[in-house]
Design a protein around this ligand. Sequence first.
Ligand code: PEP
Length: 256
Amino acid sequence: MLRPLVAGNWKMHLTVEEGLQLLQVYRARLEPLAARVDIVVLPPAVTLWPAAAVLRGSPIQLGAQNTGWEDEGPFTGEISPGMLAGWCPYVLIGHSERRQLFHEPDQWINLKLRAAVRHGLKPILAVGETLEEHDAGQTDRVVTGQVTAALDGSHRDWAESLSVAYEPVWAIGTGRAATPEYANGVMARIRRLLREEFASAAAGIRVLYGGSVTAENAADLMAQPEIDGALVGGASLKPDAFTAIVAAAAATASPV
Ligand code: PEP
């Protein structure tokens, strides 16, 4: 099995000072688990640079919640992937809040992915259907469309750095996680798409589940064969819950 990846998406929570304090707690609690799990924290952009200093020498890795795609220029409010390269290894692309609230179309997500890979970042591509799409039986069509559009023009070497997070929108922040079996089924579909795109190199791409992952449901989710880890929102702000989720991932990992 692949080495699990657990990423904590803080969204727009915590001041810089609060975030750095939480990172100190995470260093103490999560570092012993990092031998078996890749642990990534995704704080707000303003916290990234001081967070890199707090995490110096730590196996806990940093990620940005978003990126632009141009290298530089008149793009007020954006951060370029080149600004992250070299010190902030991961970047989340296509989160449903970006897609829905900020109207990011598939084409932008593709441009961001291309730019992230060009700059040597490790993108976590988020995909997932809304409740309406789910209820209308369109999950497969929507997820296939999002993955295919995001990977348009990809190269085999993208597989070395890419992860995909399946996050049903109806499960994000609602307390209503997908059942492990349902998530596993959609993720098997995502894996088939990745194999079509990347052939044998797809075997190394981690597919994460996201959407109301908690200390209570993490072990059952991680036990599914297609689930290589979790993208965690709300629970990543709570040290006990996030530690339990990372520990659940560690328990499924092959011994090092
Ligand atoms: C997320 O924001 O990606 C997420 C999965 O949130 P939550 O865990 O709170 O549902």
